[in-house]
Design a protein around this ligand. Structure first.
Ligand code: ZN
Length: 147
């Protein structure tokens, strides 16, 4: 069994907290805490998607029927996302072991957060889709100044 998983079972990692000083860092941290966790597809029959909110140490796992929030160290999340059997890791190390966190999903940015009223959607990400040939042609014309 991997060390990260082992230490969670013994609750060793849970006492380790990052140390930061200064108001600015605290504010930035607090703001980051309000962004929440973005979930991504997981290659598992049972777990649909999973994500991790580093600011609050919250792991989000969604299945067809449920959405789970748990407080775990980041090692557990990376262990689970790397595993070929994430559902098994979840059942062995997280479910019934780690503290549950109530989570809700933001309808706008689709992130999960423990506190929806304090939540801020993250800054808009650049659009991922590629421009169509027509859009390319239109911007070429704009650039050349003929329309
Ligand atoms: Zn949002």
């Amino acid at each position: 069994m991997a060390e990260a998983v082992q230490c969670v079972l013994e609750a060793r990692c849970l006492t380790r907290a990052p140390r930061e000083t200064g108001d600015l860092l605290a504010r930035r941290r607090q703001r980051a805490a309000q962004i929440g966790a973005k979930v991504e597809h997981v290659g598992s029959a049972w777990i649909k998607s999973a994500g991790y909110d580093e600011a609050t140490g919250t792991m989000v796992v969604t299945t067809a029927a449920h959405e789970y929030g748990h407080r775990v160290p980041p090692e557990v999340f990376s262990e689970m996302s790397r595993s070929r059997k994430p559902g098994r890791v979840f059942n062995q190390v997280v479910r019934g072991v780690a503290a549950r966190v109530e989570i809700s999903r933001c309808e706008r940015c689709e992130r999960y957060t423990a506190d929806l009223t304090a939540h801020h959607c993250p800054p808009k990400e650049a659009p991922r889709q590629h421009a169509t040939p027509l859009q390319n042609e239109l911007s070429r014309r704009r650039f050349l100044g003929d329309s």
